[in-house]
Design a protein around this ligand. Structure first.
Ligand SMILES: *[C@@H]1O[C@H](CO)[C@@H](O)[C@H](O)[C@H]1NC(C)=O
Ligand SMILES: *[C@@H]1O[C@H](CO)[C@@H](O)[C@H](O)[C@H]1NC(C)=O
Ligand SMILES: *[C@@H]1O[C@H](CO)[C@@H](O)[C@H](O)[C@H]1NC(C)=O
Ligand SMILES: *[C@@H]1O[C@H](CO)[C@@H](O)[C@H](O)[C@H]1NC(C)=O
Ligand SMILES: *[C@@H]1O[C@H](CO)[C@@H](O)[C@H](O)[C@H]1NC(C)=O
Ligand SMILES: *[C@@H]1O[C@H](CO)[C@@H](O)[C@H](O)[C@H]1NC(C)=O
Ligand SMILES: *[C@@H]1O[C@H](CO)[C@@H](O)[C@H](O)[C@H]1NC(C)=O
Ligand SMILES: *[C@@H]1O[C@H](CO)[C@@H](O)[C@H](O)[C@H]1NC(C)=O
Length: 461
């Protein structure tokens, strides 16, 4: 009797599972035109009891699932061909050891938008062919040592939008082929000694939107193949000498929206292949002599929206390939050029717009950058005469200069005419405040005509 009852129950359960299979999952061609299994609203037990043969299914996707914990029983599938596993937004909060052990051919795992806080040791065990692991938008706080150690073929590791505040030493051990590491929008406060040491093949490192205040002098040790380093939107206050020295292949370094106030001697020394350096939106007031030394390949230097007041052309000595220099939106009142400053043959574009310049020696400046193609001067404090003389000077040198808001060369001379007219008009307005008796009014009117006539004379001569 008891035996019979058990058999009945077993049959009932099997049938139930089977019909649930049919409801919850369907097989269809994947975007690569192979078989894909897509399941909706299932939980971990569903996969634990999964009976159907996966045949040649190479892609599994779960939609609106509630998987909670993935452990070695969850995907306990026989030998299979699955190489894509998509489990975004599936309520996963823990990955236990051997969670993906049955997927010998797995190449791509997407676990984005879950609640994973806990990565147990060996949870990625067996994934020797994995190329892409997406763990973005989870709740990971600590990256523990050796957690990725078997992922020797991993190319892309996405850890954006987590709560990572600590990365243990040896956390990245084994990732010898990693090319892209995403750590944006986490809670890192410091980059530790040799923290990326195993990543000798890394090409791109994203560390934006953390709270990084400090870079250990050896933080970037061994990253000899890194091409792009993004550190925008952190709280970096100072750069120590030779901070970036190991990064001999770096092409693009971005340090925008930090809190750097001074460029120290040799801050960037060693970056011999760097072509682009972004330092905009900091608090840079001073550049020490040799601050930019060692940047032999640099072609673009961006210093937009800093606190520079007095700039010396010599800051940019020894950047022998500099082509574009952005100094716009600072508080520059002084642009000092000296006879002994180096000539910047390569400089083609200089942006000084939105500063507070009244004067600078453009003849001398031009002699120091004889190949300049374009200078942007909009929104400074030049007066009419200076404006006109400077414009005429650069016109003769065939340098395009942008001084009107539209930057359209065909409108520039009209703009200058208007500007000079307004300039004289403003002067008259100031006079208007004074004594306004009839007599002086006549005098004043005469004065006004003279001034206007004079300025018109200047314009048309
Ligand atoms: C595997 O193939 C069998 C027989 O063709 C089919 O009944 C079953 O639904 C397939 N399984 C999957 C997961 O596609
Ligand atoms: C995996 O796919 C190959 C063909 O690409 C096939 O021969 C093999 O039987 C499949 N293995 C499984 C377990 O489905
Ligand atoms: C920094 O963050 C602010 C606010 O989120 C954003 O407006 C700005 O574009 C960011 N800057 C960079 C360089 O990413
Ligand atoms: C920025 O740096 C200054 C010192 O230069 C410091 O007083 C200030 O607290 C820093 N601000 C942030 C947000 O780190
Ligand atoms: C600009 O520099 C040149 C060359 O040093 C010098 O001869 C000239 O007097 C300077 N102009 C002004 C107005 O200081
Ligand atoms: C920049 O200059 C233009 C024209 O001279 C002016 O209309 C505009 O208000 C200025 N912008 C700022 C932010 O000063
Ligand atoms: C300026 O005018 C010339 C001749 O009229 C025209 O060919 C050129 O396209 C204009 N440039 C701009 C920037 O409008
Ligand atoms: C000059 O002053 C008078 C009296 O205060 C005022 O009505 C007039 O608008 C002023 N002229 C200009 C051009 O501002």
């Amino acid at each position: 009797m008891a035996k019979w009852l058990t058999q009945m129950v077993v049959i009932f359960v099997l049938q139930a599972t089977h019909s649930k299979n049919d409801d919850a999952c369907w097989t269809h061609p994947s975007s690569l035109k192979w078989y894909q299994l897509t399941c909706t609203k299932v939980n971990s037990e569903f996969f634990e009891n999964f009976q159907r043969s996966l045949n040649r299914t190479h892609w599994i996707k779960c939609i609106d699932c509630s998987l909670n914990v993935i452990d070695e029983r969850t995907f306990n599938f026989p030998k299979n061909n699955v190489s894509f596993l998509e489990l975004p937004h599936c309520g996963v909060w823990s990955l236990r050891k051997f969670a993906f052990r049955s997927f010998f051919l797995m190449k791509y795992i997407n676990l984005k938008d879950n609640k994973i806080g806990n990565l147990e040791q060996k949870c990625f065990s067996g994934l020797k062919r994995l190329i892409h692991l997406d763990l973005s938008s989870n709740c990971i706080k600590i990256i523990t040592a050796n957690i990725f150690s078997e992922l020797i073929n991993l190319d892309i590791l996405n850890l954006n939008y987590n709560k990572i505040f600590h990365i243990q030493p040896y956390a990245f051990t084994g990732l010898i082929n990693l090319k892209f590491l995403y750590l944006n929008n986490n809670d890192l406060k410091k980059l530790e000694d040799q923290m990326f040491k195993p990543l000798t093949n890394l090409k791109i490192l994203y560390l934006e939107h953390n709270n990084i205040k400090e870079l250990h002098q050896n933080a970037f040790a061994n990253l000899r193949n890194l091409n792009y380093l993004y550190l925008n939107n952190n709280s970096i206050t100072f750069l120590v000498q030779y901070n970036f020295k190991p990064l001999t292949s770096l092409i693009d370094l971005q340090l925008r929206s930090n809190n750097i106030s001074e460029i120290q001697v040799s801050s960037f020394n060693g970056l011999k292949n760097l072509r682009v350096l972004h330092l905009g939106d900091n608090n840079i007031r001073t550049v020490k002599p040799y601050g930019f030394i060692g940047l032999n390949s640099l072609s673009i230097l961006e210093l937009t929206r800093n606190k520079l007041k007095s700039v010396q052309f010599s800051y940019f000595d020894k950047i022998s390939n500099l082509g574009i220099l952005w100094l716009n939106e600072n508080f520059i009142t002084e642009f000092i050029v000296n006879q002994r400053d180096e000539v910047q043959d390569s400089l083609a574009l200089l942006d000084l717009s939105y500063n507070d310049l009244k004067y600078y020696n453009y003849t001398l400046l031009y002699s120091k950058m004889p190949n300049i193609k374009e200078i942007v001067f909009t929104n400074n404090s030049f007066n009419c005469d200076f404006f006109k003389n400077m414009y005429d000077f650069f016109l003769k040198k065939h340098t395009s200069i942008c001084i009107s808001p539209s930057c359209n060369v065909n409108h520039t001379s009209d703009y200058i005419d208007n500007f000079c007219f307004e300039d004289s008009y403003t002067t008259v307005n100031v006079l208007n405040i004074t004594d306004f008796s009839t007599q002086s009014a006549h005098k004043l009117a005469f004065h006004l005509y003279t001034i206007t006539a004079l300025s018109l004379l200047i314009l048309f001569c």
